[in-house]
Ligand binder design. Structure first.
Ligand code: ATP
Ligand code: MG
Length: 327
């Protein structure tokens, strides 16, 4: 069975983008692949975060994973900081990477473009992709499901793996990114040309655990255009196209089928349909999250997951240490 790996940073409250672009996909993959899913809490430190918030986000994240149907009997589910091999191989990857290639990462450029001087850009955000490479390469993962925003980091991981293999002999599996068919990228409802993102507060972001009256309002006031025609055209109609993408991902209907279904309807009716689908999906999810958080199963699941992950990671890291002369 091929192995697939993915993680999410507990940097903020989970969004509909994370759900459609990442979490929902894992559930489908867990029967097809040997899945390894982790909470990327070390990655959450790249930009300043309040410790209380980090703890809460971590707990919510694992609860959402479980509520969505991720099965700890099928999937290795753990917290990155529980397996210290990530940080260790991350350092080695940093030593094998170049300033130039890291500076070219779009996400680094995006996230630092708002910071005024070089002096206050945290180094962690610069070396982030080297830790991500370690996350992946430790486990011999064949496939990495990603939204389009993370594809470049997986490509860098491939480069680093190939570089290491060439230099020290075959050590790492070179992973491949897998883009989800629909919903590869969900945008903000208020600025539909911008990615919906959990660490950037935006009135167009839908949070999975928010009050559903607010969700409904956000969808009903989503930015659209003046045409009043429902069709997919990301360039000229990013708002409507984004809503179509969301609806398609949650109903499993194709965009074409939805365009046909809503032909002749006004934007108000269409938005209401989107709101109904999103709210009913989130309501079920929120109920399950509550149940899980009340049941106290989380700690044990994370401890079991960390033990399984450590076993694999330890083996790989020993091999790396041997090759580079550390033991
Ligand atoms: P941050 O703002 O901290 O980067 P994020 O919302 O981008 O948060 P990540 O933890 O970076 O979330 O990514 C988790 C997973 O969710 C990744 O697989 C990523 O590709 C996916 N993802 C994130 N945002 C979206 C989005 N708007 N649409 C689709 N997938 C997304
Ligand atoms: Mg991100």
């Amino acid at each position: 069975m091929k192995r697939m790996l993915s993680g999410i940073k507990p940097t903020g409250q989970l969004t509909l983008g994370n759900y459609i672009g990442a979490i929902k996909q894992f559930i489908a993959y867990q029967d097809e692949y040997e899945m390894i899913v982790f909470i990327a809490d070390l990655h959450a430190l790249t930009l300043p975060i309040d410790p209380k918030e980090l703890r809460k986000n971590t707990k919510d994240l694992i609860s959402v994973y479980l509520a969505c149907g991720l099965d700890p009997n099928k999937v290795i589910l753990f917290k990155q900081s529980d397996v210290h091999e990530h940080a260790e191989l991350g350092y080695i990857m940093a030593c094998n990477s170049y300033m130039g290639e890291l500076s070219r990462m779009t996400q680094y450029k995006d996230k630092t473009s708002k910071i005024k001087t070089n002096d206050s850009i945290p180094t962690g955000i610069f070396v982030y992709p080297t830790l991500m490479a370690a996350d992946i390469l430790l486990y011999d993962a064949d496939y990495i499901p990603v939204g389009i925003d993370q594809k470049q980091h997986v490509e860098l991981t491939r480069d680093l793996a190939i570089r290491f293999n060439n230099h020290y002999s075959e050590t790492f599996i070179v992973p491949e990114p897998v883009l989800s068919k629909t919903g590869a990228k969900i945008n903000s409802l208020s600025s539909p040309d911008k990615k919906m993102s959990k660490s950037e507060s935006d009135k167009g972001t839908i949070y999975l655990l928010e009050d559903l009256n607010i969700t409904r309002k956000k969808i009903m006031s989503a930015v659209t255009d003046s045409e009043n025609e429902i069709r997919y055209d990301m360039e000229n109609k990013p708002g409507i196209s984004n809503l179509l993408t969301i609806l398609s991902a949650l109903t499993n209907k194709s965009i074409d089928a939805l365009v046909e279904e809503y032909k002749g309807f006004g934007y108000g009716v269409f938005k209401k349909a989107v709101a109904d689908v999103v709210c009913s999906e989130l309501e079920a999810l929120q109920n399950k999250v509550k149940e899980i958080q009340e049941s106290n199963v989380i700690e044990q699941i994370l401890a079991d997951g960390a033990q399984k992950a450590t076993y694999l990671a330890r083996k790989k890291l020993s091999k790396v240490y041997r090759k580079i002369g550390l033991n």
